[in-house]
Design a protein. Structure first.
Lengths: 257, 257
DNA sequence: CAGTGGTCTAGACCACCAT
DNA sequence: TGGTGGTCTAGACCACTGT
């Protein structure tokens, strides 16, 4: 005897309709009132069922409009290749990738000098609280909030690359700028985690309940020394990361493809 | 004038207490009744606030016990190295890793022969619906559900490696078994995504609302031919993945460390 | 047993969106 | 203006956990 609570019956029925295509991506879900009649439940019970589907990331709601089935178009991010310093680029790596996918990139940008958090200090191998330069991007694709990216540079690097701490954008990309100033990154360490967004992140990325974020932390090394730590927060419903791993010796991973 | 709804005020106050350590990991959150008095709200409003924190992954509830602040111990998974075929192992790679961390591994296991799903077929480069062998693991660490792993092998591989389709475990690990039968994997393609768990996944991994899963899909190639596709579903609150990426040519990624 | 959360109802008022 | 979801209340009964 499966004694399911009523709100689960509502959610299960709608979930089935979403999965079998009766409610395709983008479709409107029956209104709370309709569900009250159909399942003979109170409004709050119908809402509980809908809320469950929201927290599963299947639907979302907006006031005055109703509930809608999520449409998930995902963007693939190949993280295993180094930025190719020879390959022609149109601005930074992000803009290049988005444009080559036929989409329109947009980003806001700011620079701050501030004490490094514990996590960042550990990765940059500096004392916690030591000064670091933060370069922060808020990125959009076709005006949809896509990701935030915070890159921290240790203070000692600024004397060799002063533009890091200046407010303006670096058109050619900071990786190229650093390489031109003699700091070439030859090793990356990537960490990937997931969690629900903080309220701040939910605001910046315009995601509601039910959409997790992907946290991508990349530490770049020049020789044995870490020279930057980039924390990227990606909308989990729109992004997927790829890595190609090769067991062949003597092969560069830097070929354009 | 920030006109926050009451349930958000409740959630914000508790979130602050969690973040500043007044409510440390593992601590009991004040009961719904206490919150009703403290914030002068109805029980449902207090519950809404608590529900919000649950969906953010900060707390969880259980009947009769109360709400508890999540304690997050994370396990790091280094995915960038190949399984070392020479290095002595104690069973498969998972058991070896868990034991070497001083934890107790446990897994249940089953084998099925079934038509490949569209996603799997694409990665194995076989026709959708073609027969594939599924080897499925449900893995625990110290009796906590940790991950599920489904590995699919194309049917043509079974004639060279018949034990793949047999019910029993392969003690030395399937990668070694395949290598011993002449199929050495020399390239991996990894895809990493995140989303909220399906009800089935939530049951297997024993996660409630507010904990996303990390989906790790690894396709292994022998030459140009895909020989397996492994889909691992990891609890997002307990796992982090790492990749080391090296720009040096002529260096094996297969050294033990 | 007392205290906890889980489910459910009926009703109210408000804010937003389309027409 | 009517329909949608968002917030909030007061009260009821049930199921689970500890002592």
């Amino acid at each position: 005897m499966s004694k399911q609570p009523k709100y689960r019956l509502v959610a299960d029925a709608l979930r089935r309709e979403i999965e079998d295509g009766s409610l395709p991506p983008g479709a409107r879900v029956p209104s709370e009132n309709k569900l009250m009649e159909r399942f003979e439940v109170s409004r709050n019970t119908a809402r509980s069922g809908l809320h469950l589907l929201v927290s599963e990331g299947l639907i979302s709601s907006s006031q005055g409009l109703g509930y809608e089935v999520h449409a998930n178009e995902i963007f693939e991010l190949n993280a295993s290749r180094f930025e190719n310093l020879e390959f022609p680029q149109d601005g930074d790596a992000y803009s290049t990738d988005v444009k080559s996918a036929g989409r329109r990139p947009h980003q806001t940008f700011r620079v701050e000098v501030q004490p490094a958090s514990k996590d960042v200090a550990k990765r940059l191998e500096v004392e916690p609280g030591a000064t670091a330069v933060l370069r922060f991007c808020h990125r959009f694709v076709d005006d949809v909030p896509w990701s935030t990216q915070a890159t921290y540079y240790p203070e000692w690097l600024v004397s060799a690359a002063p533009r890091l701490a200046e407010p303006g954008d670096i058109e050619e990309g900071t990786t190229r700028y650093l390489a031109a100033r003699g700091t070439v990154q030859d090793r990356y360490f990537d960490e990937i985690a997931t969690r629900m967004p903080t309220p701040d992140e939910a605001r910046l990325l315009e995601v509601g309940a039910g959409v997790p974020v992907l946290l991508w932390t990349r530490t770049g090394y020049s020789g044995e020394r870490p020279v930057r730590c980039t924390v990227t927060t990606l909308r989990g419903d729109l992004n997927r990361m790829n890595y190609e791993i090769d067991n062949l010796s003597g092969r560069s991973e830097n070929e354009p493809k």
